[in-house]
Ligand binder design. Structure first.
Ligand SMILES: NC(=O)c1ccc[n+]([C@@H]2O[C@H](COP(=O)([O-])OP(=O)(O)OC[C@H]3O[C@@H](n4cnc5c(N)ncnc54)[C@H](OP(=O)(O)O)[C@@H]3O)[C@@H](O)[C@H]2O)c1
Length: 266
């Protein structure tokens, strides 16, 4: 029998997960329930056959896998209210809540549940997320299921939980870093003659193609760069000038600064 999934918190991320799971065919709409307090905003999902509810306990009674996608400050109340409906022999818990550690969940529900913590990024809305996942107490078949679930929403990697802050910076903040690179590309493209619309298309598709070269061929960036840089050519001249101006160094420093901020402040 197919597993049933509850998504507690039908906001940006919760609805993106629901949309991705049904459009990929991973789960039938009738096997998902999504909750929030004001369910008016879930009418589009309801029209697709997904169950919607403002009752988290009803969702827990329905589901095998429960995905928590509320804001960090809301999870304590949600879990306290849900506690009587949770059953460690039936439920697997998964959280996509930033900064919420598995031990924080265990403090509220006890140590016996299989618990997953996942960190997707905003590209989950188009099923192109990079999702980093860790788990506690999970059986191999539960790990396979959660892996498969998030694979339908992009790419996944299992990591140790101590790397979750680093994953937040590299994968979630990473979307902003990549977009700032593309924005600079667009600004330069306009200066050398393109309209904003054409420069945006060229910059975005070129970045996507470059990333796909690495993902599909599993090559190192420098191997692909070598194919573009002819001796005495324009590409190497531009690249070297960028490095003289601190391109790689500024990116690395920015990422390390974000990491220090998350570790020290949050
Ligand atoms: N957005 C992303 O790409 C992203 C990426 C990684 C991680 N995250 C994490 O994912 C979580 C959700 O982010 P988001 O952007 O989707 O936030 P959001 O749009 O504010 O969604 C949170 C939802 O939770 C619902 N909610 C609040 N209290 C509830 C309750 N007691 N029972 C059921 N639902 C309740 C809210 O609806 P009502 O007010 O109607 O109840 C709201 O729709 C956050 O913890 C964030 O850190 C987000």
């Amino acid at each position: 029998m197919s597993k049933k999934i509850a998504i507690i918190g039908g906001g940006n991320l919760g609805t993106a997960i629901a949309e991705g799971l049904i459009s990929s065919g991973f789960v039938l709409p009738k096997d998902i329930i999504i909750t929030k307090r004001n369910i008016d905003t879930l009418s589009a999902l309801k029209a697709k056959g997904i169950n919607v509810s403002n009752n988290n306990n009803e969702a827990a009674a329905f589901a095998d896998y429960i995905i928590f996608a509320v804001k960090p400050f809301q999870i304590k109340d949600v879990l306290q209210q849900l506690l009587p409906s949770l059953d460690k022999s039936k439920h697997v818990l998964a959280s996509v809540i930033t900064g919420l550690w598995i031990k924080d969940i265990q403090e509220m529900v006890g140590n016996d549940f299989a618990i997953f913590r996942a960190m997707p990024n905003t590209a989950i809305a188009i099923q192109e997320s990079m999702t980093c996942i860790c788990s506690s107490n999970a059986k191999p078949e539960q790990i396979n299921y959660v892996n498969e679930l998030f694979d339908k929403l992009g790419k996944t990697v299992f990591i140790e939980e101590k790397l979750m802050d680093a994953a937040t910076v590299l994968a979630a903040s990473g979307t902003a870093f990549a977009l700032r690179f593309i924005r600079a590309d667009i600004q330069a493209g306009i200066e050398i003659g393109f309209s904003a619309a054409t420069a945006s298309l060229i910059a975005a598709q070129t970045a996507k193609g470059a990333a796909d070269l690495l993902l599909i061929r599993k090559t190192h960036p420098e191997q692909e760069i070598d194919k573009v840089t002819t001796p005495k050519g324009c590409t190497i001249a531009g690249l070297n000038e960028m490095e003289h101006q601190g391109f790689s160094s500024s990116l690395i420093k920015g990422i390390v600064t974000s990491y220090k901020k998350i570790v020290n402040d949050m």
